[in-house]
Ligand binder design. Structure first.
Ligand code: ZN
Length: 140
């Protein structure tokens, strides 16, 4: 599918930057960085719906950053773990909406593990994250 201008592949160069990493996507200001293999799949004719869900997730972050202000968002995201978790839940919710409409299962355990991990500086326990994820899924 056709991707908007602000969706960029991390390519091979960006993989070497600290904190950016190889396997995760980020929304940085107006730009969305996507791991190269996922980027290529998204540009194909029939992208994997899970990759589309990832893009929806990042688009939600991008919109929120724009609304709140990039600097304010970045500051709060870094220093306020409650804010960070809530923003993740919001982004997850939009991705879930898509997955649910496509009748694709959501891996609660895996996502809860990820959301409560060092990647997000341990904002909540895994049990709490899993409970909240189920709540969001049932809401939509
Ligand atoms: Zn996120």
């Amino acid at each position: 599918m056709k991707l908007p201008w602000y969706v960029i592949s991390k390519g091979s160069l960006l993989h070497h930057l600290p904190l950016i990493g190889k396997s995760t996507a980020q929304s940085l200001g107006p730009i969305i960085l996507i791991p190269d293999n996922i980027y290529r799949d998204l540009k194909s004719e029939k992208p994997n719906p899970r990759h589309i869900a990832l893009l929806i997730h990042e688009e939600t972050h991008r919109k929120r950053q724009k609304k709140i202000g990039y600097l304010k968002f970045a500051y709060k995201y870094l220093f306020d773990s409650k804010f960070r978790f809530q923003e993740e839940l919001l982004a997850v919710k939009e991705a879930m909406r898509y997955l649910k409409s496509m009748k694709i299962a959501f891996d609660f355990e895996k996502k809860a593990k990820f959301l409560s991990s060092y990647v997000y500086l341990w904002p909540v326990s895994k049990e709490y994250a899993e409970k909240e994820l189920h709540k969001v899924w049932d809401e939509i």
